[in-house]
Write a protein that binds this ligand. Structure first.
Ligand code: 5GP
Ligand code: ZN
Length: 169
């Protein structure tokens, strides 16, 4: 939880509190969505929790889930209405990931033909299965998860980190 002083300086908290203007498209008890002041495409939205959280690490799971649910609904309804043909969702967590405003926000970027938006990245070849498995081993180790039960299946269905149950600590 951020200090009151840190929250006071947070531009998105100011928007939530109504002390800075924003063009809202959606509000509920946990989440608000408004237009990005420097849009990447027409209709570029930011979905944010009302409660201040600087990064994913400090975001409560309830509001976090609602941020995604609202972004999903906005994306679906924008596409169905013909506003756009598709959507990109994007979230920057941390300076290295490009985060500039330290109040968690999910970008909803409506896509249309020739809108000029694109992601630039270089794929790291196509690692063989042994390399992919070694990376999965490393990640499971870092997450503190046990190796998969080989008895079940050679390729068990993918589970989210935490296996869908209570997260291990
Ligand atoms: P980030 O790089 O942190 O993922 O994105 C921050 C986003 O917040 C940027 O797209 C930027 O244009 C937007 N932004 C920054 N300040 C304001 C503001 O005062 N109002 C609105 N509506 N958007 C803002
Ligand atoms: Zn804030």
């Amino acid at each position: 939880m951020a200090t009151a002083a840190a929250q006071e300086r947070c531009v998105f908290c100011e928007i939530v509190a109504g002390r800075l203007p924003a063009s809202f498209v959606y509000t509920d008890d946990d989440v608000v969505a408004f237009l990005d002041i420097r849009p990447l495409t027409s209709g570029h939205l930011l979905v944010i929790p009302r409660q201040h959280a600087d990064r994913l690490e400090t975001l409560d799971p309830g509001p976090g889930a609602q941020v995604f649910t609202v972004a999903q609904q906005l994306a679906v309804r924008l596409r169905r209405s013909g506003f756009c043909a598709g959507t990109n969702l994007f979230l920057a967590d941390g300076v290295l990931a490009g985060q500039e405003v330290f109040h968690v926000h999910l970008h909803v970027i409506p896509r249309t033909q020739r809108d000029g938006f694109g992601l630039r990245a270089r794929r790291r070849g196509q690692p063989d299965r042994a390399k992919l498995d070694a990376t999965a081993d490393l990640i499971r180790e870092r997450l503190g998860r046990p190796p998969p039960d080989d008895q079940l299946s050679p390729h068990p269905p993918a589970e989210p980190p935490g296996g869908g149950g209570a997260p291990s600590r």
